[in-house]
Design a protein around this ligand. Structure first.
Ligand code: FAD
Ligand code: SF4
Length: 506
């Protein structure tokens, strides 16, 4: 059992015989070091693994568990599997598909070395089978979430009335784009918190000792680490925040990391919580008139749509997917992504919050940290490694397509129909970040110009030829023909200064 497979109903346990079978689990530093993982991410995985091992032992099952501070620990999954094979001399290895192509390769190599059969089973946690998706994708020129999502709703009978979409339409996005305007959000119930118990406290100490240089802080750690807690977090979200989830799902506000978001991604990605239970709870809230359809549909689209879709894209396209760089981006990741030290308020807030909590919501990831990297032209692999490192919910199957496909357009449009490029005015509309910033999102040139706005125009100029091939970019590209030669030059000069990191704090 790997750290992101903590499901007692997993297919790995089909036919498990407690008399002769053994569950193997290992904590290894490699998983926190191959990208420098946020300390909260490591604590979450290790604490959840330890609680899971405890639950297995309570069932009377044997769990062969190596902890991070075991003096014999080789600190790689391959090394620990080799040691476990030597100890246990198994007839075969059974696992569910790992969440990471690299890990699957490593474990397969070890099994082969020992001529051991490796039974890699489909992960029943997900709605959509990879075999089904392979066929679905093969018959399509383009992959688009919208059609996949409708297919999932039909197949699994979610939010349907007599086979038709509830409310007469599949998509309520138009109702789901509100900001808070000038009024600070108030009265939002914070997500259910789970203060560290004895196991988590021990793991926090271990992580502070062994990974002191890794990014992030642990003083806010309160994520669910057991299936029971994950269920409580779901109930709390449905009761207290789901009804307003849709309206404000794109809104951002200073010092408000969670707003109406569910904070359930980590629990689901570690398999502590089933997406079926999540979707059913949301649909029941709609049927019982506890939440409006637009909110429930918006939420179901994320879980039954995006979450399933990106996983299928990942396994369908790997390993080539991770090599994509359709916009030929070659800029190194700015150092401030690891510290939050930048005069740009939106980035300072989002990165600061990320380092404090290991969490940022979707629009912060897509339209703040992701947008800036896209406009700057950061090397896709570097920004991918950053996302994989800093969020507690980061597992490659979900992180990589979101970064390469949705955020950076590195896959050339396999996932998104156009790059999510925007000026600082989008951020101004959706948040209060600009009110506390020295820059002006309306300006693209001069010392006060918002770097997002300057780089937006430079992005269009730099990529004009490539973007011309994308029909949905036509409108945006038409605007660059209206720039005078003088304005163009000033944009390029200002962009060059931003690239040289000449952004004095005023
Ligand atoms: C650049 C980038 C990187 C991302 N990296 C990750 C990642 O490493 N791990 C991860 O779980 N999500 C990732 N996401 C998707 C999304 O941002 C997070 O799932 C979400 O912010 C988690 O917070 P929440 O649980 O409060 O979500 P909510 O806003 O409450 O959404 C509900 C659930 O829907 C699912 N979901 C929502 N959007 C997506 C999406 N685009 N793809 C897949 N599932 C989605 C999640 O399971 C989430 O818990 C990324 C998005 C972007 C743009
Ligand atoms: S002005 Fe620009 S840099 Fe400052 S907060 Fe707004 S979008 Fe961010």
């Amino acid at each position: 059992m790997l750290g992101d497979q903590l499901d007692l109903t997993s297919s790995a346990f089909d036919g498990f015989d407690p008399v002769q079978d053994v569950v193997w689990m290992a904590e290894v530093e490699q998983e926190s070091r191959h990208v420098p993982s946020h300390k909260a991410r490591t604590v979450l995985f290790l604490s959840a693994m330890r609680h899971f091992a405890q639950a297995l032992r309570q069932r009377g099952w044997t769990c062969d568990y190596t902890s991070l501070d075991d003096p014999e620990n080789t600190h790689s999954l391959a090394g620990e599997l080799r040691r476990a094979i030597a100890r246990r001399r198994p007839q075969s290895i059974v696992l569910v598909q790992p969440g990471d192509w690299r890990v699957q390769q490593e474990l397969t190599v070890v099994a082969r070395e020992h001529s051991l059969a490796m039974d890699c089973r489909e992960d029943r946690h997900f709605y959509c089978s990879l075999a089904w998706f392979r066929q679905y994708a093969a018959s399509r020129k383009q992959l688009r979430l919208e059609y996949f999502y409708r297919e999932m709703r039909r197949q699994f009978g979610v939010l349907l009335d007599d086979g038709k979409p509830a409310g007469g339409q599949w998509n309520f996005d138009a109702d789901n784009r509100e900001s808070f305007g000038k009024q600070a959000p108030h009265g939002i119930a914070p997500p259910r918190a789970f203060p560290p118990d004895a196991i988590t406290t021990e793991v926090i100490k271990l992580v502070e000792e062994r990974l002191p240089g890794n990014p992030g802080h642990l003083n806010h750690f309160d994520f669910a680490v057991t299936a029971e807690q994950a269920g409580q977090a779901l109930d709390d979200f449905v009761a207290n925040r789901l009804a307003d989830f849709g309206r404000y799902q794109d809104a951002m506000w200073t010092q408000e990391p969670y707003l109406y978001h569910s904070r359930l991604s980590a629990a689901m990605n570690l398999k502590l919580l089933s997406p079926r239970r999540v979707v059913e709870a949301a649909e029941t809230a709609y049927r019982e008139r506890r939440a409006p359809l637009a909110a429930v549909e918006g939420f179901v689209r994320q879980v039954l749509g995006w979450r399933e879709y990106v996983r299928c894209v990942y396994w369908n396209e790997m390993p080539a997917y991770a090599e994509g760089n359709a916009l030929n981006a070659g800029t190194p990741l700015p150092e401030f992504y690891w510290t939050g030290e930048t005069p740009m308020n939106c980035l300072r807030e989002t990165i600061g919050q990320t380092l404090d909590y290991g969490y940022a919501h979707h629009i912060q990831r897509l339209m703040i940290t992701g947008l800036y990297a896209l406009l700057l032209g950061v090397r896709p692999r570097e920004i991918h490694e950053w996302y994989l490192a800093v969020y507690v919910d980061a597992v490659e199957w979900v992180e990589l397509p979101n970064v390469f496909g949705m955020s950076q357009f590195a896959d050339g449009g396999r996932m998104a129909s156009k790059p999510y490029a925007a000026t600082g005015k989008y951020i101004q509309r959706m948040s209060n970040y600009c009110a506390g910033c020295q820059f002006d999102p309306a300006q693209s040139t001069g010392d006060q110009a918002c770097p997002f706005t300057t780089l937006y125009w430079e992005f269009l100029l730099r990529n004009e030829q490539r973007l011309r091939a994308i029909p949905r970019m036509e409108l945006q590209l038409r605007n660059i023909t209206r720039l005078t030669p003088d304005t163009r030059q000033k944009i390029l000069d200002r962009a060059a200064a931003i690239r040289r990191n000449q952004l004095p704090v005023t």
